[in-house]
Each structure stands twice: as C-alpha cells, then as structure tokens.
Design a protein. Structure first.
Length: 324
C-alpha cells in the first residue's frame, strides 16, 4: 500500500494506569480511516513519557517504541483516560508529564478521552474554555479547575484546537467526529460501519447519566424519530411529531429530551445538517435543492446553519469533501 501524502500524524500519549478500552479507541477509529484508494489517512504513533512500559488498570502492561520526544513531530495528540491522576486531581501537573507536554509544538491539536481531561486542565490548556469529562468526575473537575466551563452532560466538546470527550464510549464518538471533521461524512461512515457503531451521536447528545426513568417506560420516541428521518424535507412541527408518537406535546418533549438528550427541534437540525453534508459530498445538486431536500427550505438558511455548525459555507464544504 502506497504512502498517502495527506496522512495526518497522531501521537497517543499513554500514562501509567491507562484504561485499555480508551487506549484502543484511536487505533480502532482513526487507524481504520482510509481514502477512496484504500490508503490510510492517519499515522498513529504511541508513546509514553519516557519510553518505558506502563501499567494498565487491567493487570497487564503496555510496551511502546517511543518516548514523548516523538510528540514534537505530530499534528494531533490524544491522551487516553487513566485512573492514576494523582496530583492532577489536586490541581497540579506532575513534573514528568509537564516535560512530556513541553515537547508538543504550538498549534498541535490536543484531545483527551474521558478523565484525561485532568491532564489538559492541569497543564492550563482548558482555562477559560468549554470542556467535558466523565459525568461522575464532572463536579470534582469543576471544583478543582474553576476556570474551565465544564459541561457535564455532553458526549464531547470541540473547541477547535482542543477537544475533550466524556467517559468510555464517548471517545469513539469524538474520534469519529475527528474523522468527519478532517475528511468528511463518507469516510467517517465507512469507519463506523467497520467498527459496528452508530456513525453519528452528536456531541450535544447527553451522556448516559442517572436520569429518572420516565413514566410509562414502554412508550418511546424511537419510532417517531425513524419516521422523521424519512421526512426531513418536510417542516415537521413539534405538534406533528407529538401526534405521530400519540403523546401530548408536553409529554413528547419531556420524553424526547430524556431519551435523546436534546430538544426535538435541536435534534432535527442536527439530522438535517448531516443530510446536507452527505448530499454536498456525494451529489452535484445545486445548493438550493440540497437545502430543500434536507429541510432547510432555502439556500440562505442552509448557509447559516452550516456556518453555525461547521464554520464554513456549503460551497467551501463541498470543495473540501466532495468525492473526487
């Protein structure tokens, strides 16, 4: 297989006490991202602070080929979760980890999975920024690092050059988001299919925290969501959705929020943006037609939503991600 000139170098920094599941996520997701010619889009390089093996929290060790000096050569640094946070849970960065992070070039994208957010926080990289972590640690995290705008309910937070995920499987969502952001929905969807995971759980979707179980638990908004996905080109008012679910608007809205983690209108916008992205990547349809098919109605409305969500215009997105 030939080398891909567009390959993005990712450094995975493994700390003592690393959790094996989270450690495996970057390789499982980013490592399976390929272009249309089957060439890998990411080169993953795993390192420890000093190149020595580290212990996992599962009773076995991890041996790597590099120390932290390799981080000076990468475009993105990912730090998987560890249960051995030590001083970082008290607001201090251990000197040896600080030396490792000092190898990273300015402008490198930084990513934490689950409680590795403590590492970024202790290094001062999250001050004044939005971030998340595992919901069970969120209160302590906010108390320890009061300058951070902690959102305990979301799956991940993308703040441009610094991204943080919630617990465990939310790291899968964040890494798929990185693939989608870097290379478009088609590539991310292929990776998701290979990994047998949902291609999109939007970052704003709620973590599976201990919400109370809704009354009449046998009722669900799932069939109505499936019905709505087939009709995104329609306006789909809240009363229509509630009527399809055979619930009052109030009950439907409450149950939808509990099951999905966002309001029905917000969820519809997320699905419409994803449909518009797919059409921009895979079709030559004019912008106005894509706006109609995805339920935004007008090209101006589509432009506004894409700029708000992705920071780019539909034309710019198409130029970057359209199938060649």
């Amino acid at each position: 297989m030939c080398q891909n000139p567009a390959m993005h170098r990712v450094g995975v920094l493994v700390l003592d006490g690393v959790i094996p599941f989270e450690l495996g996520i970057p390789a499982r997701i980013l490592g399976k991202a390929e272009d249309d010619a089957g060439r890998p889009l990411y080169e993953l390089i795993t390192c420890t602070v000093d190149g020595a093996p580290v212990r996992t929290d599962a009773g076995f060790g991890v041996t790597v080929d590099h120390d932290a000096r390799v981080l000076a050569t990468v475009d993105t640094v990912i730090i998987p979760a560890t249960h051995e946070l030590g001083e970082m849970k008290e607001g201090r960065l251990p000197e040896r980890i600080g030396r490792a992070l000092a190898e990273i070039r300015p402008g490198t994208r930084m990513v934490s999975i689950c409680t590795a957010s403590y590492v970024l926080a202790a290094a001062g990289l999250l001050d004044g920024r939005p971030a998340t972590t595992h919901w069970r640690s969120a209160e302590h995290f906010q108390r320890t690092y009061p300058k951070i705008r902690v959102d305990r309910d979301v799956l991940f937070v993308d703040d441009g050059d610094v991204l943080t995920s919630a617990g465990v499987a939310a790291g899968v969502d964040l890494c798929l988001h990185l693939v989608r952001r870097d290379h478009g929905s088609a590539v991310a969807n292929r990776v998701a299919r290979r990994s047998v995971v949902p291609p999109v759980r939007d970052g704003g979707q709620a973590q599976y925290i201990e919400h109370p179980v809704p009354d009449e638990a046998s009722a669900t908004t799932g069939p109505t969501r499936a019905w709505a996905l087939e009709r995104l080109h329609h306006r789909l008012s809240l009363p229509e959705l509630a009527a399809h679910a055979r619930m009052s608007v109030r009950t439907f809205t409450r149950r939808f929020q509990l099951e999905v983690g966002m309001a029905p209108g917000q969820w519809l916008t997320v699905q419409r943006v994803e449909l518009a992205r797919s059409l921009l990547e895979t079709s030559d349809l004019p912008i106005d037609q894509i706006a109609q098919r995805s339920g935004f109605g007008t090209g101006n409305s589509l432009r506004q939503h894409l700029r708000t969500t992705l920071g780019v215009s539909p034309s710019a997105y198409r130029r970057t991600f359209a199938a060649k």
